[in-house]
Design a protein around this ligand. Structure first.
Ligand code: MLT
Length: 312
């Protein structure tokens, strides 16, 4: 018996603050999920999990940053569907989401909502459709860049209704939502983690949810699919990524803290109130993220190709 093992553990990871990179502006949906989890994980890991917002290029700037970061267990990325859509959207994407990272875990799912500025002359989805058809490219759709789920949802909407709207990019849907509240843009597709309180307070027009079936926090809201957009379904899922070759004992410890945080009563309550859906434990694994990322990349690639949307 020696003291070697316990000593190694006592000196073990993490010995300093860990950075969790959010690829969109502070205050928005991804940031809300990240900060809610980081607070609880800081307590269980005994080191601060610092949330760092690195917005730009629809989340691809942040992913590139983390891909190049030191693989020492002190930098992680939280990202969503954008990891699956970026390869089809960016002709010169500087990383391969499927091979250039350690896949740590999925996190949580979030439904989206279709919103309009408060004074938009449409009170329900059929009225919005008629208004969009009449206004055409005078309709401004806010989004958070190519690779953002707000953009993806807008793109699917545009294809489904056949109206060539004008798209207006922001650094995240935090600022995009402010533009909607200020009446500078007409419509926005955004996540319930940000939109639920505003929908309940009536500060925006609300036209439906993007999930296949209705959601618990907004039970009276029809889905877009049941309002005529057959098969319309956009659900936001999240993954945690580390630079390739980050030691397994680090990613496993981070993942264990994440899984514990997702069961923390304050996290459960907050996320549930904001409409987020907890995922099965099988998804909270490297393989659970890897296989889902592959599946989603295969799902969205052709959709994006047929929309003809890309960045050089
Ligand atoms: C954000 O946090 O700003 C959003 O996730 C951006 C988006 O993808 O729409």
């Amino acid at each position: 018996a020696t003291f070697t093992a316990p000593l190694a553990l006592a000196q073990g990871y993490p010995t300093k603050a860990i950075t969790l990179v959010v690829p969109f502006a502070a205050g928005g949906p991804t940031d809300i999920v990240a900060r809610t989890l980081a607070g609880v994980m800081t307590k269980s890991l005994g080191q601060t999990v610092v949330v760092e917002n690195r917005a730009g290029a629809g989340g691809t700037l942040a992913a590139g940053h983390v891909m190049r970061a030191a693989p020492d267990g002190y930098t992680y990325l939280i990202h969503h569907n954008g990891m699956a859509t970026a390869p089809a959207l960016y002709r010169k994407l500087p990383y391969n989401p499927q091979t250039d990272f350690e896949h740590v875990s999925q996190v949580i799912d979030v439904p989206m909502t279709l919103l309009g500025r408060k004074d938009l002359p449409a009170n329900n989805f059929p009225e919005l459709l008629a208004y969009m058809k009449a206004q055409g490219d005078k309709i401004n759709l806010a989004h958070a860049g190519l690779g953002a789920v707000s953009h993806l949802c807008g793109m699917v909407l545009r294809q489904a209704v056949g109206v060539d709207m004008t798209t207006v990019p922001y650094q995240g849907t935090g600022p995009a939502f402010q533009a909607l509240l200020g009446g500078q843009v007409d419509i926005l597709c955004d996540q319930t983690t940000q939109t639920t309180p505003h929908i309940k307070a009536g500060t925006v027009k609300f036209f439906g949810v993007t999930t296949a079936s209705r959601i618990k926090v907004l039970p009276d809201a029809p889905t877009l699919a049941e309002q005529g957009l057959k098969g319309f379904e956009v659900v936001v899922w999240h993954g945690i990524y580390a630079p390739k070759n980050t030691p397994k004992d680090a990613t496993e410890k981070f993942a264990a803290a994440l899984r514990a945080a997702l069961k923390d009563p304050t996290v459960v309550q907050r996320m549930t109130e904001l409409g987020a859906e907890f995922v099965p434990d099988a998804k909270l694994t490297p393989e659970g993220l890897r296989s889902w990322l592959k599946q989603e990349t295969e799902r969205w690639g052709p959709v994006i190709k047929s929309a003809g949307v890309y960045a050089d």
